[in-house]
Write a protein that binds this ligand. Structure first.
Ligand SMILES: [Zn+2]
Length: 210
């Protein structure tokens, strides 16, 4: 599996480019910004983008999705519970001081247990409300890798004080779904360094049970 992680935009959202080495089919997850940089990596690996997955509708994760869709003709996937946040992208842009990206159109809604494929690679959609109502994680069982969006970070969890956030729900998502994954699962958070499920189970102050 080809996996490039490129931090994009002023908030350095971890955008992932995941490709099948045999078929060169690829997924791009969270193209928040810097579409030129993302396209350069796609060209470098000679990939064809089949789907654009957005873990949640915060501007730092979705801001570049329409530009990438225009460049690749790949559909954009997002859980429908975050569609309301797409109507607030102008306000979100003002919060972080970036240009509003214009209207974002979602091609398909993602729901719990959907499968997202590129060549021989398969990811399972895990619906993890809490950071936003429509937050999802993508789990690649064969590679034991989790793209966690802003649900889980190394040593922290997603903030829940923005519209649609709920501390009770994010804890329920984390304990009920995310921590059900094997300890050796590599976690690629929406921002910051990689970690593992085992490490977070052991030491994340929001998750350890006293
Ligand atoms: Zn977010």
């Amino acid at each position: 599996m080809i996996h490039e992680i490129i931090p994009v935009g002023p908030l350095q959202c971890n955008c992932s480019i995941i490709g099948d080495e045999a078929t060169r089919e690829a997924l791009v997850i969270d193209p928040g910004d810097d579409i030129e940089g993302i396209l350069a990596l796609i060209r470098k690996h000679n990939l064809q983008v089949k789907q654009i997955v957005v873990t949640h509708a915060h501007i730092d994760h979705v801001g570049g999705a329409m530009k990438l869709r225009a460049a690749t003709a790949a559909p954009i996937l997002l859980n429908q519970n975050d569609f309301a946040l797409l109507e607030m992208l102008d306000a979100q842009a003002a919060w972080i001081g970036v240009e509003p990206p214009g209207k974002v159109v979602i091609d398909h809604s993602l729901k719990q247990a959907d499968l997202v494929k590129a060549g021989s690679l398969t990811a399972e959609v895990i619906h993890t409300p809490g950071h936003t109502e429509g937050s999802t994680c993508l789990y690649f069982p064969a590679e034991k890798k989790l793209l966690a969006g802003d649900t889980l970070f190394a040593g922290s969890i997603g903030r829940t004080d923005l519209p649609g956030g709920s501390y009770e729900k994010i804890l329920r998502s984390l304990h009920g779904k995310v921590l059900a994954l094997p300890d050796e699962t590599i976690v690629v958070p929406g921002h910051g360094p990689l970690t593992t499920i085992g490490k977070e189970r052991e030491s994340n102050p929001f998750l350890v049970k006293s």
